[in-house]
Design a protein around this ligand. Structure first.
Ligand code: TRP
Length: 337
């Protein structure tokens, strides 16, 4: 039986962090054996918000390197850069004729971005969901591992696909958001305020590129309090988050020890020492991030090798993309040669 097709896009803005790792990349790594996977860096999309491309090239290569360091195997998946697959742009053109100004203006991501960059409301920003649909449909992918914030874009991709199929013939299966949702871990910033994020306070986010000492410093600065007042107290968000992180990077024994300390008291005083807990977490976090960081650094220092990898990815992607595109052209009647 043919494997189902999985596709996802990664924006090349900022450094990847622990939230990206446990929220997305770890899932990609799991999918690569079960599905036929296409993962790409969305550098055309980034032009809609970042017209200045001085740093773009380096960010794209870094994201590729970080994804491989996290366990994506370029032999198993097609790992490529969007702009290396021109077939996507042609499909985007056809889909643009099937998408309406009114519906595009209504999308929440568009409205957010208009608010953020009122002086640069370009047509690419408006048609961002059309390009995203082209990314997906060009491989006739059916499963798209993305977070909740992408639901609307996926719904639009299905609408465009249905319109195309209705007008020109059944070419596209309908794509749906997909995750191993049993374990979509949510990681908060180390201050307990909101999700760990690329752009907000850098000291509350653990990046995969952080050096050992910086990791230690960030973890030791994580928000705590004077400790629980009674055994079996309810944990505040920021404490729960430390336990969440510990479960991800420490041994079960270690987690159990601190759970027990949290829940027990001795002569009316709670036992847990958050300072000790953070010290342990910091060391385990260093052990976890170090090999990923050094693998990613090695790859980035070998640009030739990286380029070879994305060339191989582009070859695989273009093979699939050109098959879809020739079906598309035929069904529209744009196949003269
Ligand atoms: N819009 C996605 C994001 O903001 C990135 C993206 C671009 C994407 N094209 C895609 C995701 C295709 C999934 C499928 O994260």
């Amino acid at each position: 039986m043919e494997k189902e097709i999985v596709l996802s896009g990664i924006r090349p803005t900022g450094f990847l962090h622990l939230g990206n790792y446990f929220g997305a990349m770890r899932n990609y790594v799991r999918m690569q054996d079960e599905y036929q996977c296409y993962f790409f860096v969305a550098n055309w999309h980034s032009l809609t918000t970042h017209p200045d491309t001085k740093e773009l090239q380096q960010s794209v290569l870094r994201v590729v390197a970080e994804n491989i360091a996290c366990g994506l195997d370029p032999e198993k998946v097609a790992l490529y850069v969007q702009s290396d697959v021109p077939e996507i742009a042609e499909l985007y053109l056809y889909l643009n004729m099937l998408s309406y100004k009114g519906e595009l203006e209504k999308t929440t991501t568009f409205k957010d971005k208009v608010r953020m960059q009122p002086d640069n409301v370009n047509a690419g920003l408006l048609t961002y969901p059309v390009l995203q649909a082209a990314d997906i449909l060009i491989h006739r992918a059916v499963k798209v591992p993305v977070g909740k914030d992408q639901e609307q874009n996926l719904e639009m991709a299905r609408n465009f696909a249905e319109r195309f199929n209705y007008r020109y013939g059944d070419i596209f299966p309908l794509p749906y958001a997909f995750n191993y949702n049993s374990e979509l871990v949510k990681i908060l910033g180390l201050d307990g305020n909101g999700k760990m994020s690329k752009s907000e306070n850098q000291m509350t986010t653990l990046f995969l590129a952080d050096e050992d000492d910086l990791i230690r410093k960030k973890v030791m600065k994580a928000k705590t309090d004077q400790g629980p007042l009674t055994p079996h107290a309810v944990k505040p968000d920021y404490i729960e988050n430390l336990f969440t992180l510990m479960k991800l990077v420490s041994t079960p024994d270690t987690v159990q020890k601190f759970e027990d300390d949290f829940n027990n008291s001795s002569e009316g005083n709670c036992i847990i020492r958050y300072g000790d807990m953070k010290k342990q977490l910091a060391e385990d976090m260093v052990q976890f991030i170090r090999p990923i960081r050094s693998h990613a650094t090695d790859l980035q220092n070998n640009k030739e090798h990286l380029i070879k990898i994305i060339r191989q990815g582009a070859d695989k992607a273009r093979q699939s993309a050109s098959q879809t595109l020739s079906l598309v052209r035929k069904s529209i009647g744009m196949d003269y040669l």
